[in-house]
Write a protein that binds this ligand. Sequence first.
Ligand SMILES: *Cc1c(COP(=O)(O)O)cnc(C)c1O
Length: 226
Amino acid sequence: MTDTTTIAANLATIRARIAEACARANRPPASVTLVAVSKTNPQQAVLDALAAGQLVFGENRVQEADGKFPPLRAAHPALRLHIIGGLQTNKARDAVRVADVIETIDRPKLAAAIAEAMAKEARRPDCLVQVNTGAEPQKSGVARAEADAFIRAARDDHGLPVTGLMCIPPVEDDPRPHFAFLANLAARHGLAVVSMGMSADFEAAIAEGATLVRVGSAIFGARAPG
Ligand SMILES: *Cc1c(COP(=O)(O)O)cnc(C)c1O
């Protein structure tokens, strides 16, 4: 496990690299938000990151997020939790309750379930549409060809507060064309938020216009496989 000083040092390094990538792209450093992906790490790791000034976190499982984050909110009201993993419709209500941003809206059934959950919970987390830019069968996300129609439906038919798009390019591909595609799609729909880039490729994502980068292992250390 990664200790307190290491997490603080890793965060400082990542923030510096984000600032440098922004400078190279002629973008203000505040145009990129670091989402610290704490999945599989214990609550203590989140506390260590909070102590180092990190307020935005990402988790890919609702149940894990629910165990870790609600107890921290009282002491850290500015904390923001992003759900970044694929969602089953039966988790929609829990996701709406625990998240500030849901990054993985990707199909009509889920959009409907999230809209219904928002009404029941009287809570409206921001929503991102996940796009499966590499057409990978094992990955969540709407297909490229269906993205335009789905973004409109999520916003206009389901009434979701869609603020942006998210993607996870195939590991074996050059991510840059995927990032460029996503940024372009977001711009065409007037969406300000573009979530792309992880530990291995967040600088390339910033060069292509990312506004959220989701970084896990470079902050918290390598995760156990599986
Ligand atoms: C785990 C995960 C990340 C972080 O990945 P690292 O390579 O550890 O930085 C980012 N986005 C999603 C959707 C993830 O599941």
